[in-house]
Write a protein that binds this ligand. Structure first.
Ligand code: GLY
Ligand code: MN
Ligand code: MN
Length: 440
């Protein structure tokens, strides 16, 4: 068994140790998804399923049955099938699955309805990811019904159904050394992509041409897909938070906001950089950019163990609100403008989110009603922004249509923090001198 599968085995052990006595957990592989008739999206395994198995095929189910004498970890997967493999590639098959993945028992997925009810029978509790996939919810109930129908013969159907997500996602929230390595590599590749796009930018280019530079860097470094649809937004488009038409022309005088990150080895990166199309910031663009950078720098510095999750956010709100007042874009006392949430006209999202196998990763932000405290091994983005709507008649015209976001991926360490997404120019001076040296 290779080391990657050994780590997954440990995760299964850790999860099983936390399950209630006499229980079973069921996880299903992601289904293939159709883009349109006969054409599938590139297959991507469900993150939970991959986290516990490393198995990348569809049509599979994992059952964790702590304490089962004949084996605690059971996989159902597709059988070897020469005809099928000719079309869609090699299948591992149940026989090889045990050795490769380090699981105890494997069966053909076609036999699941005959075997799984027997594995559930006698278990008091069933953990699964309830309410996310109607089809899976129905199948679990079908298996339970099979047991219930045999109750008169002495069979014991489970009495409790529990959401698996909480236990599992709490594990996923804390990244191991191996996971951090992959996240660092994902961030390194993305930083390369951002540099390529920045270097190729010039007025007259189309947003999708810059996207092509990102994708080139991602793919040639071994990333099979971006972690989310890349945002390449020039001029006013930067004020649309999830813009991804990416087909407008970049004009002289525009700022270009690129929010893009690759996925590498099942781990996401998420980086935003904003830079001027010509390579030189206008005075207004520079003022807004430096304010966002000041907020981002302070928010990153606030990341440390023991700090409540919302503290970096609150720091960024304070700095941005004070700065907008100084620039005359907001009027009033900063404390009042924060209380009334007037700043949200310019800064309407939170400062970050967990990141890991999913770009918006799993894990609770609050424990009971309180923001949780940061702990070593957690990774969060820090991404403040200011967006001045092109329609905002309350501010002088010269400010309208400026949108700036700066985003990095930050690991909480024992002593403080480590920024994973280094290597892309970030200060005004770094950006201007990098772009002056590039090809426009
Ligand atoms: N790219 C999505 C986000 O920044 O959250
Ligand atoms: Mn982003
Ligand atoms: Mn983000």
């Amino acid at each position: 068994m290779s080391s990657i599968y050994r780590e997954m085995k440990l995760r299964r052990k850790e999860l099983m140790a936390q399950m209630e006595p006499n229980s079973i957990a069921l996880l299903t592989a992601a289904p293939p998804r159709m883009r349109n008739n006969d054409a599938e999206y590139l297959y991507r395994q469900n993150s939970d399923f991959y986290y516990l198995t490393g198995f990348t095929e569809t049509d599979a189910l994992l059952a964790l049955i702590p304490g089962r004498k004949q084996g605690e970890v059971v996989l159902f997967c597709q059988e070897k099938d020469k005809a099928k493999e000719l079309w869609t590639g090699i299948l591992l098959g149940p026989d090889a699955a045990c050795e490769r993945l380090g699981i105890d028992d494997a069966f053909p997925i076609g036999d699941i309805d005959d075997i799984l009810p027997g594995l559930i029978e006698g278990r008091e509790r069933v953990y699964y990811s309830m309410g996310k996939d109607d089809q899976f919810d129905n199948r679990v109930m079908e298996w339970v019904k099979v047991i219930r129908n045999k109750a008169k013969l002495g069979a014991h159907p489970p009495g409790e159904f529990l959401v698996l997500d909480h236990l599992l996602h709490e594990l996923r929230l804390f990244k191991s050394a191996g996971e951090i390595k992959l996240m660092q590599q994902a961030a390194r590749i993305s930083a390369e992509g951002h540099k390529r796009a920045m270097a190729h930018c010039r007025p007259g280019i189309r947003e999708y041409e810059l996207e092509a530079e990102l994708l080139y860097a991602f793919t040639r470094a071994g990333s099979r897909a971006p972690a989310y649809s890349s945002i390449v937004a020039a001029g006013d488009n930067a004020c649309i938070l999830h813009y991804n038409d990416n087909d407008a022309e970049v004009k002289e005088g525009d700022l270009v906001l690129i929010d893009a990150g690759c996925e590498f080895g099942y781990y996401a990166s998420d980086i935003t950089r904003t830079f001027p199309a010509t390579g030189i910031f206008s005075p207004e663009q520079k003022a807004i950019y430096e304010l966002v950078l000041k907020a981002q720098t302070a928010a990153i510095e606030a990341v440390a163990p023991g700090v409540p999750w919302d503290e970096p956010h609150n720091i960024s709100v304070k700095i941005i609100t004070q700065g907008l007042v100084k620039l005359g874009l907001l009027k009033g006392r900063p404390s009042q403008l924060i209380k009334s949430e007037a700043y949200k006209k310019f800064y309407m999202h939170r400062v970050g989110h967990w990141i890991g196998m999913d770009v918006h990763d799993v894990g609770d932000y609050k424990i009971d009603d309180d923001w949780r405290l940061l702990e070593p091994g957690m990774v969060t983005t820090i991404e403040p922004g200011i967006y001045i709507s092109p329609d905002n008649r309350k501010v002088p015209k010269k400010w309208r249509g400026i949108g700036v976001r700066i985003e990095d991926d930050v690991l909480v360490t024992k002593k403080g923090r480590k920024v994973l997404s280094v290597g892309t120019p970030k200060t005004v001076q770094e950006i201007e001198s990098f772009m002056a040296k590039s090809i426009h």
